[in-house]
Design a protein around this ligand. Structure first.
Ligand code: FES
Length: 153
């Protein structure tokens, strides 16, 4: 007795491959960044609460903090979009007479800038890099989960 054969499926369509050729100067440009940082060619010094760090030029101050502390800044409760205000710092620029408040997600780093005050969220994220030892409890923010609540099942 002969068994029924399953119907033959049509062959999958062949995928066309696309080859993109970049202009010569584009293909020769050195890539010195990961995907999260804007292109930069050098590190510049900034001071945060008296400590000097070298961070990628042409990036926001919050990205620079991420460069300094990649293990905590991505887990901070930052909107990265000038809305939450959790990245607020007080900063003195080299050509300023006095420090002024600014948003770290908005402002680009400048060589020699001095960050003199950090928001509680940034303090928590940078505490180890600033010599604070163990991380304190993150600041409570009404209506937003703590990192422990986010990581618990
Ligand atoms: S990260 Fe939200 S305002 Fe800067």
């Amino acid at each position: 007795m002969e068994t029924a054969q399953p119907p033959q499926l049509p062959a999958p369509p062949r995928r066309a491959s696309v080859v993109v050729t970049l202009p010569r100067e584009e293909s020769q440009r050195r890539v010195q960044m990961s995907d999260i940082f804007r292109a930069y060619e050098r590190l510049i010094p900034i001071t945060v609460l008296g400590r000097t760090f070298h961070v990628p030029e042409k990036n926001s101050l919050l990205r620079a903090f991420q460069y300094v502390s990649p293990e905590t800044i991505p887990y901070g409760r930052f909107c990265w979009n000038q809305e939450c205000q959790y990245c607020k710092v007080t900063c003195k620029l080299p050509d300023d007479d006095e420090a002024r408040p600014m948003l770290a997600c908005k402002f680009l780093v400048v060589p020699g800038m001095e960050v003199t005050e950090l928001s509680p969220e940034l303090k928590w994220c940078l505490s180890r890099k600033l010599g604070g030892g163990e991380l304190p409890q993150p600041p409570a923010v009404e209506g937003r989960p703590t990192p422990e609540e986010i990581s618990s099942p």
